[in-house]
Design a protein around this ligand. Structure first.
Ligand code: C2E
Ligand code: MG
Ligand code: MG
Ligand code: MG
Length: 281
């Protein structure tokens, strides 16, 4: 009886764990071929100013898996980071974004828009990151002043001097920098003081309850004041309600991104949305 009980528990244990482990292994395996198999595409999410005029878009990566369908970035980005694949994938994203910027130069709807591209810590810390970006800029011929790189606090904790050096060089080319998901990481104010940033992006988690949680409201107010005083543009992510936008505006927030204005869209739909906005302005 004892033996069968033990077997049973082993079986249960296996059943519970195997699918998750296998799925992850399968994803990691498939991710290695996704780039050459053309399974990635870019979505664009609108960013607007206080008057709700378009000012830019964030580039968001999508993976269309041949059998699983769309795999969310929250599932495959961590795997891409752990396996190192994020370096080549991120390079591809950057190249596509720069080609898009170049293509947009000719359209009055898109000409002044900034494109924000997420850069993973591993990607940014590659010794040849500056060289890679420089090459991509040259190959695409885009205007670097419309390219914004979004970094996260996880990067900054690691090797602050290297990060500052790279940002400084890339800024001389005209590229601007945003600190993404600001407020949830571990970067200290002394680090923030030294970083030559252009923008702070307030994390969605502070925006979610901003209407009902005074603590969140005060934190957001403080981030906006600090950001503005440091001369940075401040943008809020994850704005879903009109009342959230009004409150953020009252607190002095410069720009907004969220479902209230537009969900991330594939290129054609994004362009159509922009045209529609301009028709109504
Ligand atoms: P993120 O950079 O903070 O991007 C914002 C995320 O919030 C996006 O999720 C976007 O779809 C979502 N979002 C925006 N507005 C709203 C809203 O009003 N409500 C809700 N519920 N969500 C909203 P997404 O596209 O799933 O991307 C998740 C994360 O994956 C990104 O967070 C970023 O960290 C990472 N990621 C996406 N694309 C790339 C990429 O090309 N490279 C790297 N390294 N990371 C990427
Ligand atoms: Mg981002
Ligand atoms: Mg973000
Ligand atoms: Mg976020």
């Amino acid at each position: 009886a004892k033996k069968s009980e033990k077997l049973n528990s082993v079986q249960l244990y296996d059943k519970a764990l195997h699918p998750a482990i296998e799925l992850r292994a399968a994803l990691e395996n498939d991710l290695a071929f996704a780039l050459q198999a053309n399974q990635f595409l870019l979505y664009y999410q609108l960013q607007v100013d206080q008057a709700q005029r378009p000012i830019g878009a964030e580039v968001l990566l999508r993976w269309q898996h041949p059998t699983l369908g769309f795999v969310p970035p929250s599932e495959f980005i961590p795997i891409a980071e752990e396996s190192g694949l994020i370096v080549s994938i991120g390079g591809w994203v950057l190249k596509q974004a720069c080609l898009q910027l170049k293509a947009w130069e000719h359209s009055p709807d898109t000409n002044p828009l900034t494109l924000s591209v997420n850069v993973s810590a591993l990607q940014f810390s590659q010794p040849d990151f500056v060289e890679t970006v420089t090459n991509i800029l040259q190959e695409s011929g885009c205007n670097p002043s419309y390219l914004r790189l979004e970094l996260t606090e996880s990067l900054i904790v690691k090797n602050i001097d290297d990060v500052i050096d790279k940002i400084k060089v890339l800024k001389t080319l005209g590229i601007t920098f945003s600190l993404d998901d600001f407020g949830i990481g571990q970067s200290s104010l002394s680090v923030l003081k030294r970083l030559p940033l252009d923008e702070l992006k307030i994390d969605k988690s502070f925006i979610d309850d901003i209407l009902h949680n005074n603590c969140d409201k005060f934190i957001v107010q403080t981030i906006i004041n600090m950001g503005n005083n440091l001369g940075h543009h401040v943008i809020a992510e994850g704005v879903e309600l009109k009342q959230q936008k009004s409150l953020l505006q009252k607190l002095g927030c410069n720009a907004y991104q969220g479902y209230l204005f537009c969900k991330p869209l594939p290129l054609q739909e994004f362009s159509a949305k922009l045209q529609n906005i301009y028709i109504h302005i």
